[in-house]
Write a protein that binds this ligand. Structure first.
Ligand SMILES: O=C(O)CCC(=O)C(=O)O
Ligand SMILES: [Fe+2]
Length: 320
């Protein structure tokens, strides 16, 4: 593996997937026409407006998720991605291993250089990102989570930035089945209740490219199902009921934290498989800010161990 300096020096590298800007998505649903929620296909794309509409609310209640058409502009997508590249170089240069007790997942990229696969508290390192997540357009999403919901930039894992890339030595080309409620159980010591996760998607991901897979409707299962339906973060096999969430850069998704989901690997190897997502923590629980001396939460110790174990296993037995 080359030294971090090779990355910091700014050597131009094609660290991006193919350019799909020539294939825009179908237009989002026209909600001015009367439609019945049960008639809408699971792949429905909504338009984020000043308020969450009753139809959007009904879709979320029924299926457990929503996809909003390109809420971030192409310029914002590019700026956010450039900010993460900059922050990655800064963290590598400083030899950082964690932020506020949340491990930084560095691992080899397709060229063998150190690459940041997951970071918490990303907006703490980027004033631009911090300002962006507070933009007025996200207000309806915040109110959907709760009238008093706030963006916990310094709470839980903060604004989480994820990157997935498939390569022989990848730290993570994918993410096993899990419910985000499990994390909340560790953080709040409470039985999982309704909780919404808000994600921004930075890449064009077609079903055949892997990406986010959801089990629609599993947000209404009991606590036992939320915790134990599959082996959290270990089970990876496709489920015949799973839905592939197709995304265009700038899309925003909302999913119920009790719903089972995973990230499927892109079968392509190399930079063409790169997928990036960012999750914004809208929090209604009591304020509990993290700081540099915060310990690594137990759930992250387990999560970390599973991801590293799977990466090591894949190196011994290469993934298909
Ligand atoms: O990358 C994604 O879209 C999903 C990430 C995820 O489910 C998680 O980090 O909990
Ligand atoms: Fe998740």
């Amino acid at each position: 593996m080359s030294s971090p300096a090779a990355v910091v020096s700014g050597v131009p590298m094609p660290r991006h997937p193919p350019d799909f800007s020539g294939s825009p998505p179908p237009p989002p649903l026209d909600e001015t026409a009367a439609v019945e929620v049960r008639e809408l296909p699971l792949g429905t794309r909504f338009r984020l407006q000043g308020e969450i509409t009753p139809l959007q609310q009904a879709f979320l209640t029924l299926h457990g998720f929503l996809v909003f058409d390109r809420v971030a502009s192409p310029e914002e997508v590019n700026t956010a991605l450039a900010e993460i590249d900059r922050v990655e170089a800064e963290l590598l240069g400083a030899g950082r291993q964690s932020v506020n007790g949340v491990p930084l997942w560095f691992g080899p990229d397709p060229d063998g250089n150190e690459y940041l696969y997951r970071m918490g508290f990303s907006s703490q390192y980027s004033p631009w990102l911090s300002q962006f997540v507070h933009d007025e357009r996200f207000e309806p999403v915040r109110r959907l989570v709760g009238a008093d919901a706030r963006i916990g930039e310094r709470e839980k894992d903060g604004v989480v930035f994820n990157r997935y890339v498939n390569a022989p030595n990848s730290l993570r080309p994918n993410l096993g089945w899990h419910t985000d409620s499990l994390r909340d159980v560790f953080y709040t010591f409470k039985v999982p209740g309704p909780m919404l996760n808000v994600g921004l998607h930075y890449d064009r991901v077609r079903p055949q490219d892997g990406g986010l897979r959801l089990l629609p409707g599993t947000h209404t299962q009991g606590v036992w199902g939320t915790l134990f339906r599959k082996l959290q973060f270990v089970s990876q096999a496709a489920d015949r009921h799973e839905l592939a969430v197709e995304t265009w850069p700038g899309d925003l998704t909302v999913h119920d934290g009790r719903m089972w989901h995973r990230v499927d690997a892109n079968p392509v190897q190399g930079w063409g498989s790169l997928r990036r997502s960012m999750y914004v923590p809208y929090i209604v629980d009591a304020v509990l800010e993290k700081h540099e001396a915060s310990p690594t939460p137990l759930y992250l110790r387990v999560f970390d161990a599973v991801v590293r174990w799977r990466a090591a296993r894949a190196r011994r037995r290469p993934r298909a």
